[in-house]
Ligand binder design. Structure first.
Ligand code: SF4
Length: 208
């Protein structure tokens, strides 16, 4: 990691910008390196991730690794894969699951981080917040009245390549969505594995 990126990540780890809006003291969870070729953008850490300080260290992460065909060693290799959720700290729980990521996190840090991620070839956009932020910003939204639904966006996955690949959240809470949209497993997951293997120059596996 370059010295400048190192300082930036250190600043983020000490960030207290929205401490008063968070249920627990800020504990940003992210990883980045100037050599990373793949970027994973999710929502925000869940409680287990907050407690351990390890990104995607939960059932959602297990499924995501399975989707990508990666074992933990490669998934957590920050030299190859950057992990930057839309909110770096656990936002707390609402009536129907975890709260959305706090928007000031992206405003404060995301552009600064991207200045150091020039090697990224593909960004996985996981869930509505990542899709809305990146696709709107890039003028790639599929409809004039974007944000569209995650289903609509993921259905049009091919039009966002080679830079972006939108995905639903791999949370067990999305099992019904996955059951109702079998095309995702049939069409998108093989493409995801191929893209990941091509970019990381490593063979896909079927690890859990
Ligand atoms: S969510 Fe982001 S902006 Fe808010 S305290 Fe954590 S790192 Fe700072």
């Amino acid at each position: 990691m370059s010295e400048k990126l190192c300082h930036l990540v250190d600043d983020i780890r000490h960030c207290q910008a929205c401490a008063e809006s968070l249920p627990f003291p800020p504990r940003p969870v992210l990883s980045a390196s100037g050599s990373a070729k793949l970027l994973i953008v999710g929502q925000a850490p869940g409680l287990r991730v907050y407690e351990t300080g390890i990104a995607w260290n939960d059932a959602s992460g297990d499924r995501l690794r399975q989707w990508m065909g990666l074992d933990k060693a490669l998934f957590y290799n920050a030299e190859k894969i950057a992990i930057l959720p839309m909110g770096f700290c656990y936002p707390g729980r609402g009536a129907s699951g975890d709260l959305p990521p706090l928007p000031q996190c992206a405003t404060l840090w995301r552009e600064k981080l991207h200045r150091h991620l020039s090697e990224v070839k593909l960004t996985l956009l996981i869930g509505q917040y990542a899709q809305r932020y990146y696709l709107t910003k890039q003028g790639l939204a599929i409809k004039p009245n974007y944000p569209g639904s995650v289903t609509d966006t993921v259905k049009h996955w091919q039009q966002y390549l080679p830079d972006f690949l939108p995905l639903p959240h791999p949370s067990p809470r999305n099992n019904i969505w996955l059951r109702n949209n079998p095309w995702f497993e049939l069409e998108v997951l093989p493409a995801l594995k191929d893209q990941v293997a091509r970019i990381l120059e490593s063979p896909v596996s079927n690890v859990l």
